[in-house]
Design a protein around this ligand. Structure first.
Ligand code: PLP
Length: 400
C-alpha cells in the first residue's frame, strides 16, 4: 500500500497570504466601488527593462532558426551567463568566485528549498524568526524537526549572533540579508562572526542574497564571500527576480565554492559542489535559454543602468513609506537597503492589518505571519507604482 509522506502534515498551512486574500475580498465586497492598494505582496510591479527585453527577443529569434536553435542547455547554465556573473557580481567586487562554481537556476525559491537535500536527516537546522517560510517548510517536508528559531528583534538589530546559539550544536544555518521580511542588513562584522563560527563548528551557512541589488549603504556586504573563510563554509543564493524584475521570467543562481564541504558518517570531508552538480543534473534541466539571455543583458552597460534605475525607484517608494510612518511616530526599520519597511505597529499585527484595510483600504502584511517574533510588526512593501504609494501614504495618514 502506498503511504504518503506524513511530514507534509507537519508543515503549517499556507495561512498568511490566503488569510490576507480572504480579508481583502471581504472588505472589497462590503465596500463596492472603493479601490484597495496592495502594499503587502513581495512581487515586483515594474516591467522588464528594455535591454533585457531586446535580448530576450533576440533569443526568441535564435530559437526560431535551425542554425541558432538551442534545445536542452547545460543543466548548470550557459557559460555566457555564468562567466558574466562571475565577472560582474564577484570579480568586480574583488571576490573570487569562478564561473564553474555558479549554478544557474530558475530562481532562488527552488534552490533555497532544494539545498537541504544534500544533508543528513539529523542535520540541526536554524533559521531567523521572522523568516521567509521556504527554509523551514522544506526541512520539515524532508523530516527534520526541532528547527531552531533565532529571534530577530529590535534589540539585536534583527541580526542574530552565533554566540547565542552555539550551545545548540547547529549544523545548517539560513541567513538572509537584506532580509525578508524585516528589511535589515548585516554588517561585515556580523557576517564574519557567522563565518568564523561555521568554520570552527563544521556548520554550513546558506546565505540568501535575493535582495542584494537594494544595498546602497557603503560597507554593507553584497556577498558572504566578502568575509574571510566563507568559501569553506557558505553557499550563496542569488536571484534576478527583485534585481531585474524576473519574478515571471524566472532566473537565479547558487554559488557552491570548490572548498565548501560537509562530512560523511565516517567523518571524512565531502565537497558539496559535485553533490549539488549531481542533484541539479538529475532533477533539473536548466533555466530557459531565453531567460538566461535576458539575465546576461542585466550586466550590459544599458542593463545595469536600467535595472539600477528601477531598484532606485523602489527604494524611493520605501523612503516615502518609511518617512510617512516615522512622521506619525512609528518606529521603522529596513527600507534603506531593502524594498521592505518593517514597522513597529504598537499593537497586534492582525489588528493593525484590519485597521489599515478598513479605514484606508491599504493592504499590508502582518509581521506575525512570518513567525512569532514578527508579532507587533507590519511588513510594508515598496513594490508598487509611485502613484499608488503616494495615495496609500495619504490614506494611511488620515486613517491613523
Ligand atoms: N529568497 C527570499 C528571501 C525571497 O523573499 C524570495 C522571493 O520573494 C526568494 C528567495 C525567491 O526568489 P525567486 O523569485 O528567485 O524564486
Amino acid at each position: 500500500m502506498l503511504h504518503v509522506n506524513e511530514n507534509y502534515s507537519k508543515i503549517s498551512p499556507t495561512y498568511l497570504f490566503a488569510e490576507i486574500a480572504h480579508r481583502v475580498a471581504a472588505h472589497e465586497a462590503a465596500n463596492p466601488g472603493t479601490r484597495t492598494i496592495r502594499l503587502g505582496i513581495g512581487d515586483v510591479t515594474e516591467p522588464l527593462c528594455p535591454a533585457v527585453i531586446e535580448a530576450m527577443h533576440r533569443a526568441v529569434d535564435d530559437e526560431s532558426r535551425r542554425e541558432t536553435f538551442r534545445g536542452y542547455g547545460p543543466e548548470q547554465g550557459y557559460a555566457f551567463l555564468r562567466e558574466r556573473i562571475a565577472e560582474a557580481d564577484f570579480a568586480e567586487r574583488g571576490i573570487a568566485v569562478s564561473a564553474d562554481e555558479i549554478f544557474v537556476s530558475d530562481g532562488a525559491k527552488c534552490d533555497s528549498g532544494n539545498i537541504q537535500e544534500l544533508f543528513s536527516q539529523d542535520a540541526r537546522v536554524a533559521v531567523g524568526d521572522p523568516v521567509y517560510p521556504v527554509y523551514v517548510d522544506t526541512n520539515v517536508m524532508a523530516g527534520r524537526g526541532g528547527i531552531a528559531l533565532m529571534p530577530c528583534t529590535k534589540e539585536n538589530g534583527f541580526v542574530p549572533s552565533p554566540g547565542d546559539f552555539a550551545a545548540q550544536g547547529l549544523d545548517l544555518v539560513y541567513l538572509c540579508y537584506p532580509n525578508n521580511p524585516t528589511g535589515a542588513v548585516a554588517t561585515k562584522g556580523q557576517l564574519q562572526a557567522w563565518v568564523d563560527w561555521a568554520n570552527e563548528s563544521g556548520a554550513l551557512v546558506v546565505f540568501d542574497a535575493a535582495y542584494e541589488a537594494f544595498i546602497r549603504t557603503p560597507g554593507i556586504p553584497h556577498s558572504i564571500y566578502e568575509c574571510e573563510g566563507a568559501r569553506k563554509c557558505a553557499v550563496e543564493l542569488r536571484s534576478f527576480s527583485k534585481t531585474a524584475g524576473f519574478t515571471g521570467a524566472r532566473c537565479g543562481y547558487t554559488v557552491v565554492p570548490d572548498e565548501v564541504f560537509a562530512r560523511d558518517s565516517s567523518g571524512a570531508k565531502v565537497p558539496l559542489k559535485p553533490m549539488w552538480a549531481r542533484r541539479q543534473t538529475t532533477k533539473f534541466n536548466g533555466a530557459s535559454y531565453i531567460a538566461q539571455r535576458g539575465a546576461e543583458a542585466v550586466y550590459s552597460p544599458e542593463g545595469r543602468e536600467q535595472t539600477k534605475a528601477t531598484v532606485d525607484f523602489y527604494l524611493e517608494n520605501a523612503r516615502l513609506v518609511r518617512e510617512a510612518f516615522a512622521a506619525m511616530g512609528y518606529e521603522c526599520f529596513g527600507g534603506v537597503d531593502s524594498p521592505y519597511v518593517w514597522v513597529d505597529v504598537k499593537r497586534p499585527s492582525w489588528d493593525f492589518f484590519d485597521l489599515l484595510l478598513s479605514r484606508a483600504g491599504v493592504v499590508t502584511t502582518p509581521g506575525a505571519g512570518f513567525g512569532a517574533a514578527g508579532e507587533g510588526f507590519a511588513r510594508i512593501s515598496a513594490f508598487n507604482s509611485r502613484e499608488n504609494v503616494l495615495e496609500a501614504v495619504e490614506r494611511i495618514k488620515k486613517a491613523l
